[in-house]
Each structure stands twice: as structure tokens, then as C-alpha cells.
Write a protein that binds this ligand. Structure first.
Ligand SMILES: [Zn+2]
Ligand SMILES: [Zn+2]
Length: 312
């Protein structure tokens, strides 16, 4: 019997970090599902974002919303959390388990009170709390400046979670924006989540220091307001950064673009497996700039299992 898509992803992740996008579309795309990412390493999986269309997209590949080892949501737009209620309620009533959710302390209350509570709280008496539905795995705060960041290691996969400048429209700095995050995985692969064009992001994350691939959100029309526009990325990103960048979160006019001809890696494609073999030897961590996070050990990302193993 041929391997299922999930089995293929897990197989590819033996000795490697794997990214596989369930969807690569924008919030309102119809040709692609909304941007959602499966991260895998040594057979363990994290589902990053579960937008409104994602439960159906998973279903078409024989997967259920509760098939993953961990979950992480970048922010509260429905193209990122619209399927979260299904995940929570299916997990409680079908799987009889709490959702293993990686969620920072500040976002825990925001996500429950402003998004999930209305559909979840009143299903039982006494009323359900967020902690009845999820097993929160809280990353450790790393730094507030120059960019707020948190860190967690689950089963050997390290997530550095950082704030992005996404909404409201024309927000200049991440500090002025509503809660929105991206992730740097194992210090090597960057997924921006939703962000405006924000060159300081690359400086703060020291992208030159070991980042091997970037998946950047991209709006195909100009001007960019709450997302980075194709024109901004095309004209303002350095060529060496473009060369490792694939575009995600794009709209339905993508067939008119050939990002490879403009120096990008290309568009990220749904269900394509992107794979980076794990280095045998521990490498020095490429720290975020100027933060309190200075003493993470070089081996901590490879030992795994432990939450929030920041060195200081
Ligand atoms: Zn979005
Ligand atoms: Zn968004």
C-alpha cells in the first residue's frame, strides 16, 4: 500500500528538518488553501496555523486535524485559526485528549478571549476553560528588544518565536502592532508568518548567520499594507536573501509571476517536501541580536524533549 502523505512527510524527516505546506494561499485565495505549514523532524510533527480551509485540505490528503504531535498558531486572523475550534472540539470529544498547543503567555488570553471562547466555552456545564481543551506548552521569554522573542524546544525541534509588524494597516513597527508572530526553526529555516515588509526582521534574526531558507508572506499587488508586497520584496530585499527565499501566503494571480526570474527561489508549493538534513555536529547557535538570550548551548536543539530550554 502506498504511503500516506503524512507517512511520507515523517519518513522524509528522518535525520532532517522538513517543511511541507498544507496551503500557500492568502486569506482570500481560492486556487490554494490558506497558508499552513507542517514542520517535521525525526517523525515528530508540528502543525503551524489552521485556517478555515485547512481541515478540508488535510482531509483531502487523508489527514485529520488531530494527527499532529504539536500545534502552533502565529496570530488570530481566521486564515490562521479559523479551523482551531474544530481541532479543539474534535480533540476533546473524539480523541479525548487536550491539544498540545505551543502558545506564549501573552497570546494565551488573547486567543481564548477574543476568538475561541464563543464557540468553545458553552459546550459543557460547568463552562469550559481554555486549559480544559489545550495542554499549553509555554515558550520561555527570550527578549523584549530589539524584537520580542520566545523559545521552546519540543522533541528536538527548536522554535524561536518572534513578533511581526502585521496589523493594523501601515503599522510601522512590531511594537505598535497587534499580536502576530513568525518562527525561526532550528536556527536555520525562517517562516515569517504574516508581516509587512520589515527589513529589520532580517537584522534582528541575524539571517546571515546560518539561516538556510526563508518562507516569506507575499501579497501580489501593491501597495503592501498588512503584508509584504511582491514589489517590495523584489526591489528591496538583498539578492543573497532573495536567493534563499520562497514566497507564501499569495493570491490567485500567481500564474502571472515568475519569482525565479527575479532572483527568488520561487513560490512555495502545497504538499512539496522541503528538507534540510540535520548536521551531525552541533553548530554554534546564531543568536538573535542583542538579546538576553546568550547562553543557549550548542547541543540543546538536538537533545529535545524538554520545553523552554533557554540557557539563561
Ligand atoms: Zn494570513
Ligand atoms: Zn494575518
Amino acid at each position: 500500500m502506498p504511503q500516506s502523505m503524512l507517512e511520507q512527510i515523517k519518513e522524509a524527516s528522518k535525520g532532517a528538518l522538513v517543511f511541507c505546506f498544507v496551503g500557500v494561499g492568502s486569506a482570500f485565495a481560492k486556487k490554494n488553501d490558506q497558508t499552513s505549514l507542517i514542520i517535521a523532524k525525526d517523525g515528530k510533527t508540528i502543525l503551524v496555523d489552521i485556517g478555515t480551509t485547512i481541515p478540508m485540505a488535510l482531509n483531502r490528503q487523508g489527514m485529520k486535524v488531530f494527527d499532529f504531535d504539536y500545534y502552533f498558531f502565529t496570530h488570530s486572523h481566521a486564515d490562521h485559526v479559523g479551523g482551531a475550534e474544530e481541532l479543539l472540539l474534535m480533540s476533546r470529544y473524539v480523541m479525548k485528549r487536550k491539544v498540545p498547543l505551543i502558545i506564549t503567555e501573552p497570546y494565551f488570553g488573547i486567543l481564548w478571549d477574543q476568538t475561541l471562547r464563543g464557540g468553545c466555552e458553552h459546550n459543557e456545564e460547568p463552562l469550559l476553560r481554555f486549559s480544559d481543551l489545550v495542554n499549553p506548552m509555554k515558550p520561555i521569554w527570550v527578549q523584549s528588544q530589539p524584537r520580542e522573542a520566545y523559545r521552546i524546544v519540543v522533541d528536538g525541534i527548536e522554535l524561536l518565536i518572534f513578533r511581526t509588524a502585521h496589523t493594523p494597516g501601515n503599522v510601522k513597527l512590531w511594537e505598535e502592532g497587534f499580536w502576530s508572530t513568525g518562527i525561526l526553526v532550528d536556527r536555520t529555516v525562517l517562516f515569517t508568518g504574516d508581516t509587512r515588509f520589515d527589513p529589520s526582521l532580517f537584522v534582528h534574526l541575524r539571517v546571515e548567520n546560518g539561516v538556510r531558507a526563508i518562507f516569506h508572506d507575499c501579497q501580489l499587488f501593491s501597495p503592501g499594507t498588512v503584508h509584504a508586497s511582491y514589489d517590495e520584496l523584489n526591489t528591496r530585499l538583498r539578492s543573497d536573501v532573495k536567493a534563499i527565499t520562497r514566497l507564501t501566503h499569495y493570491g490567485d494571480t500567481f500564474e502571472k509571476f515568475t519569482p525565479e526570474n527575479d532572483g527568488f527561489q520561487g513560490f512555495a508549493k502545497p504538499w512539496e517536501i522541503y528538507r534540510w538534513p540535520c548536521a551531525k555536529e552541533a553548530k554554534a547557535p546564531a543568536d538573535v541580536q542583542d538579546g538576553a538570550h546568550t547562553t543557549a548551548t550548542a547541543t540543546s536543539t538536538d537533545e529535545g524533549g524538554e520545553q523552554g530550554t533557554v540557557g539563561s
